[in-house]
Every structure is written in structure tokens, then in C-alpha cells.
Ligand binder design. Sequence first.
Ligand SMILES: Cc1ncc(COP(=O)(O)O)c(C=O)c1O
Length: 488
Amino acid sequence: MALARNDCHHSLLSKLATSDSHGENSPYFDGWKAYDNNPYHPITNPQGVIQMGLAENQLCSDLIEDWVKRNPKASICSVEGVSEFKDIALYQDYHGLPAFRNAMAKYMRKVTGGRSRFDQDRIVMSGGATGANELLAFCLADPGDAFLIPTPYYPAFDRDLRWRTGVQLVPVVCESSNDFKITRLALEEAYDKAQEDNIKVKGVIIANPSNPLGTILDRETLTSLVSFINEKNIHLVCDEIYAATVFKQPDFISISEIVKDETNCNLDLIHVVYSLSKDLGLPGFRVGIVYSYNDNVVSCGRRMSSFGLVSTQTQYLLTAMLSNDEFVDNFIEESGRRLASRHKVFTQELAQVGINCLNSNAGLFCWMDLRPLLDNASHEGEMALWRTIINEVKLNVSPGSSFHCPEPGWFRVCFANMDENTMNEALQRIRTFVSKSKKSAKSRRWQSSLRLSFVSRKSLEDFSKNPSTVSPHPCVMSPHSPLCHSTT
Ligand SMILES: Cc1ncc(COP(=O)(O)O)c(C=O)c1O
């Protein structure tokens, strides 16, 4: 009966609404559900799940709140600002408030270290970087066409870029052996594979700084990407949503800085995605930007932005905030300081229990190497460990497979979406878990050495009876057993 009702329901809706192509069927999203069902609270639910799967920047919320209090005129819902209420509440041009685009262009210049200029007339608004990425996919590719995308990559790209557009993503396989660098060889291989499969490649999309790696692309890699896309005559989309989360050297290099000096680059192929969700910690405001060097993309994008405009009230408030140079300069500096300090404490504490993270200098997360804790070095082994972490340790961290990481055992863990006490509770749970794992590994080692000595004695006996049938090394432990640290 339930099935019949479901079928009937399905035929009422579109294929898009009823198919599984939404890209949300991954442990990345399942982990959020586990948190939602049992959220940690220090007093009301101290045994609950701690959310470490959400890349949110809460470390400088006090600075924003303080600015809002000191600038009541910027809020149209205050006594001081209400005289602007009516104008702001009416329809506005979908190009966005000119003052807002101007403030945004100035702010983006600061975020990119003052080394790039942005023209306010190239700024197209969208609902967060989510909307910006989809808008670009709609402008640049037809259903069935593909973007190359280096792995590991942000899991929601599977939804944002693919679901409604029908665009495909072809992975560019990057590996831990060279810190997941995007090489020319990997790009060529992915491109050739797509050609063999008769898939038309329309571009490359990268996140710089990377989510989940927390690393930035160096000048050489960016220049090589620019040559690659120019040679193939395909687009380059750079999602720079984490630009101002770079908290230690080397400095962030925006693609806008690279193309400024590249005389051979066709600028019509270059597009930047930006948002205030991470750098300013305002994901609820849904402020996203497409900055395209291509005039046709700008004008088509403007029309499309009607579907995901930023509320005029938000634009109005942010125009005042972002035009305040002293506030912005201080915020960027202080945010970097707080992120650096949180990252340092967090990674040092992990290192104390033998957990290493990829060396990084940006982002709101670490790329944690849990390969030594895998019972078996496979994606099944990774999922088993993830289930233990989420169900028993009660931490929502995200497994590498949800980022399309080809090597099992890597996990993304977010550190900027919680207060210090919650971080300490999370670290305590990790310590207890690792020490228990070590103990049970020790007992497994002890049992297996018992087995080993038994087998050895038995094998030696057998060997003495029939030397041709018995291996002299009957029991070799897996290099990925939790007892030994993997060397790869
Ligand atoms: C690389 C990347 N792009 C886009 C987004 C989506 O950002 P927004 O909240 O601005 O839509 C995220 C969010 O985590 C992200 O990590």
C-alpha cells in the first residue's frame, strides 16, 4: 500500500525531483543527520554528537556583533535606520545596489592582498557560493558536458554543479604522495579519459584554498592551470571562498593576480567564485559572488541572478560594514590570528596522540590522516572507522570517500565552528578513543603473537616433517593494522 502511494506520488513529480541525482547521498550529509538527531550540549546533552563536519567560522562573531551595535544606522530595523526602511523594502535592480558592488570590489581587493583590482561592473550576485557555482555551470556547460575537478573535493559540488544543470564532474586524481598537488599529468589524464568516454570537457573547477585540504595553490600550479585551460580552450572556475582564512605563510595568490600578468591568457575563460560565508563567518546571509572576466557570462549571469539575489537589507548593512576600512583591516588580521591559534592548538593536541594532519595554512578544518587506525586499508575499512567515530566517539567528522579521495583513511575535521570548551571535549574524546584503540590493538597483537608462536611452532614441526609445503613466514601482519604506522 505504502509502495503504491509512493509510486503514485513519484509520477506526480518531475524526474529531477524524484531521482537520486541530488548529490546528497553521501556520508558527508549523513553525518550532519547524526548530529541533528543527537546534538551535543555541555549541560543538556553532554553525551551528544559534537559537530565537526561543518565548515563554519565562528571565531570572530564577537567582532561583527560589536560593529553592528556601534552602527545602528546600518540596520533598517533600528530607530536610527528606519527612515531607509521603505526604500530598501521595495524592488531593487537585480544588478545589486551599486554601493554594495563597489564595497564588495574594494573588499575583494583587500582579501587578495591588494595585488588585484576588481571592477564592480563584473560582480554578479547569487545566493552564496552555492548559487554562484551553479550559475556558472548553467552559463558555461550544457547537460552532459563536464568539468574536471581535482580530488579530494567539497562534497556538495556533486549537488551544486551537477544536480539541476545535468553537468558531469570528472575527477582529476591527486595523491598524498605529493601532498595532493594538482599536476599537469593528472589534468591531462583526466582530460584524455573524458575524451575516450566521449564526454565534452568545458572547464576545470578548483577551490583555492582547498576544501578539504586547507592548502593553497602555489604560483607555479596556478600558472600551469592557466596554460592548460588556454591550450584546451576550456574555462577555469576558481572558487576562492576561503581566501581570507589563510592564517600563516605563504600568502594566498588569487587567480586574478595570475591572469593580470599572463598576456597569453584568454580572459573570457576565467571566472572567480566568492562568498562571505567563510571569511566573514556570515553563511546565513547567503552572499555569493560570480566575478567573470567574460562579458557574456556577466550579462547572462545577471539575468540568472534574479533566482538567487542577495536581500537588499543585507546588501545595505554590508555596504556600511565593508566600506569601513579600519573595521575590515582589523577583522582580517584578527581572524587570521584566531584561526592560526586554534589550528595550532588543535593539530598539536592531535599530534600528541599520534594523529598527523596534512600540513596546511588555510581553511576551517584539518585533513586528518587516520590510516594508522584502519583495521583494513579499504573504503570499507574507512567507513567502519567512520561509523565507530560517529556512533561511539560521537564526533561528526567526514570521511575522505565523501570528498572522492582515492586513498582510504583520510578524514576532514572542522575546528572553527565551536567554542574552546567544546573543542577540548572533542579532543578528550579523541584521546580516549585512540588510547582504547591502541590497547585493543595491543591485545590483538598479543593474541596474534600467541597465534604466531603457536603457528610457528606448529609450522616448524610441519616444516620438519614436510619442508616443501609450509611457508617459513606463516603469519605476516598487515601494514595497515592499527599497530603499525603506515609509511605511505
Ligand atoms: C569550496 C566551497 N564552495 C562553496 C561552498 C558553499 O558556500 P556558501 O555557503 O557561500 O553557499 C562551500 C561551503 O562549505 C565550500 O566549501
